[in-house]
Design a protein around this ligand. Structure first.
Ligand code: HPA
Length: 272
């Protein structure tokens, strides 16, 4: 793993002309709008980075792109290997470690999520203030050393969360804030599971992000995460859930998502 990470980090640095942007953005389902807006300077397929995963799901292209977004240098990662694909919670371990080894200091994660809060409808954006790892899987199983006992008290960096709320206020956008519950998937939840998650104190539910947050905190990266609400949790509305529905609903929030991230990145840059 270490050799693959070091080789991947070297290749990434080389592709970026020696210096890698400090902020990396991991694109979740529905966030392609950020990729469309990137002023690209360099790009590498995951296949050229031995620590990065091979991707199986249609619609997830594995590519790291360097450029500027909202005038700020960023690395965009399009393509995430999810735990639901083969049960491996550490699927993104090599990718996250490569970012840290290459000089990235902040990871902005994005995802699509179902809402558990009737006051947070599809099309809304939510800042992840904390998460529930209800599946209790860890990408750090097998990891040696005391570093694996990662402090998760402020997993989503407080100053970056404040920056996100300020960025939203700057542009007059309503940014919800809540707890994201990670489910394994790939099946959606039952209505009873949604009621359970509500009682556990979650405002949103999704199938990603949490393993990457754990990996990133273990690697010493600051983390911030944004959820695009694409549907109400199962049983909270009459809509039928599917992956196609998730992607189609994401269209509605795309313009807001881009505005928010473009307002946020300069604030992140000033904090890194
Ligand atoms: N459940 C789990 N994951 C999701 C959902 C959902 O309702 N919507 C988007 N990703």
């Amino acid at each position: 793993m270490n050799d693959a990470v070091n080789l991947s980090a070297d290749r990434l640095r080389q592709a970026c002309g020696g210096t890698v942007p400090r902020c990396a953005v991991l694109l979740g389902s529905g966030w392609t709008v950020l990729g469309d807006a990137l002023q690209e300077q360099a790009a590498l397929d995951y296949a050229a980075l031995p620590a990065f995963p091979a991707l199986g799901v249609a619609g997830h292209v594995g590519r790291v792109r360097a450029g500027t977004l909202g005038g700020v240098p960023v690395l965009l990662l399009s393509g995430r290997k999810h735990t639901y694909e083969d049960g491996d919670a550490a699927a993104m371990k090599g990718a996250i470690r490569t970012l840290a080894a290459a000089g990235v200091t902040t990871l902005l994660q994005t995802n699509a999520a179902g809402s558990l809060d009737p006051a947070m409808p599809p099309g809304a954006l939510m800042l992840v203030e904390d998460h529930l790892n209800i599946v209790q899987r860890s990408p750090l199983h097998g990891e040696p050393g005391n570093g694996r006992f990662v402090d998760m008290a402020a997993a989503y960096h407080p100053a970056l969360r404040t920056a996100a709320l300020q960025a939203a206020a700057d542009i007059g956008l309503r940014l919800h804030s809540g707890v994201y519950a990670w489910v394994l998937g790939p099946q959606f939840e039952t209505p009873a599971e949604i009621r359970m998650l509500q009682r556990l104190g979650a405002q949103a539910v999704g199938m990603s992000t949490v393993p990457e947050t754990i990996l990133a905190r273990h690697a010493g990266l600051k983390v911030l995460a944004l959820s695009m609400i694409t549907n109400m949790g199962c049983g909270l509305s009459s809509e039928q859930l599917s992956h196609a529905h998730t992607l189609a609903s994401a269209q509605a929030a795309s313009a807001d998502a881009l505005r928010l991230v473009e307002a946020l990145l300069p604030r992140i840059e000033s904090l890194t």
